[in-house]
Write a protein that binds this ligand. Structure first.
Ligand SMILES: [Mg+2]
Length: 393
């Protein structure tokens, strides 16, 4: 039996060219904008778990990298020492309880590293451990947010042009993240503009990311989604997508399926949200929702009640989960835009990529087949750029 003997959590920084935070100067997905010549400094963290018999599991976060999530991961890391890494259900249960007073965002990266460790121990991929359903993942382009200053996605015309370009590149669908001011008329016009640009038969989605200010605004934009036959309408307004009652009222008046629960954390809360009538589709994310262990529980709950599950965001753990789900549609390449790179960390030495040019002509990305997550990390880069090492042994 392997016993966990060492856990390291290493926050590090890297730079991304062509983006900035604009006037915000506060890191957040919503604040990223196109900036020719700009340099953006981004923080993420790496995890390395070792056992007494020489096994190692690794993971580098993609969209979890905030100080709040990092603090939770550091809180949890010592709880792994002395445990059997193959007992992921027991560990999941204990870590979930440890973070019961918090939002659980620091739990997932540790669970993912455990799956990587056990897959490497037995020489099998995580997708195979889960019981793969597919080996290629239809991928949609998930855009950066609209911006007010010139460049990038700065107008309805820019969104329409980029939707057309993504369709021509082969993406299986296109999702708009709109502007931050929650102007219902501009958002609705953007929905109709994108549909006109790509024709009737191309999957389009809208994610206002909770920027619409009122229920009435959400209804107004939702009716444009109905008119334009959008595939889903996601997290519309300022209940921050946690009010099952509010979302149920929208569902009663709209035709477009509502995709909600990106901000409802974990199996129990998502199940209760669905059973309260709050959505047509649910989100799961192995980083956000307590790991691969947590995300697959959510997928199977959805299966039980006849609901489709979308995996939020991108990464090797996300690919393994999408590969193992019957009741899902797409892999989300988040976030992309014209001349705008994705801000995922440049830490792979195996060719793995979530940049927009990584999709194939069939609109798919592959599922890594190597042991564990099937990726290899550039530890020299991580160690060179690390801010500190939190080591537990
Ligand atoms: Mg979203």
């Amino acid at each position: 039996m392997s016993v966990i003997s060492q856990v390291s959590v290493l926050p590090f920084e890297f730079t991304v060219q062509g983006l900035s935070l604009g006037q915000h100067r506060a890191m957040g997905v919503s604040n990223l904008r196109h900036a020719p010549g700009g340099t953006l400094t981004v923080s993420r963290y790496a995890i390395r778990i070792r056992t007494d018999d020489g096994c190692q599991g690794e993971y580098v976060t993609h969209w979890v990298g905030t100080p709040a999530a990092l603090a939770q991961t550091i809180m949890l890391a010592p709880h792994l020492l002395g445990r059997n890494p193959e007992h992921r259900e027991e560990i999941y249960d204990d870590l979930k309880r440890e973070l019961r007073a918090y939002d659980h965002m620091g739990h997932g990266p540790l669970d993912i590293a455990l799956w990587d460790l056990v897959g490497k121990k037995y020489g099998i991929s995580v997708a195979t451990m889960l019981g793969a359903y597919r080996s290629k993942l239809p991928t949609y382009a998930s855009t950066h947010h609209g911006q007010e200053d010139g460049g990038g996605l700065d107008s309805i015309e820019a969104f329409a042009d980029y939707a057309r370009a993504c369709k021509e590149q082969g993406f299986a669908g296109f999702k708009i993240h709109g502007w931050h001011d929650g102007d219902r008329r501009r958002e609705a016009a953007n929905v109709l503009g994108a549909r006109a640009a790509v024709g009737d038969d191309y999957p389009l989605m809208l994610d206002p990311a909770c920027e619409l200010r009122t229920y009435a605004d959400a209804l107004y934009v939702g009716r444009a989604c109905d008119e334009a036959s959008f595939f889903w309408y996601e997290d519309p307004y300022r209940d921050a997508s946690v009010s099952a009652h509010g979302q149920r009222m929208l569902r009663e008046k709209l035709k477009t399926p509502l995709l909600v629960t990106e901000h409802i954390r974990g199996l129990e809360q998502k199940a209760n949200f669905v059973l309260a009538g709050g959505c047509d589709m649910i989100h799961a994310d192995p980083e956000y929702d307590m790991g691969i262990t947590g995300a697959m529980k959510i997928a199977h709950f959805g299966e039980a009640v006849g609901i489709d599950v979308q995996v939020h965001a991108c990464g090797p753990a996300h690919r393994a989960c999408v590969a193992a789900m019957r009741n899902t549609h797409y892999y989300e390449l988040a976030l992309v835009g014209p001349g705008m790179p994705n801000v995922v960390p440049p830490v792979y030495t195996c060719g793995y990529s979530d940049q927009p040019e990584s999709i194939g002509s069939d609109g798919c990305v592959p599922v890594p087949t190597g042991p564990g997550l099937g990726v290899s990390y550039d530890w020299e880069f991580i160690m060179r750029n690390k801010l500190v090492e939190h080591a537990f042994s």
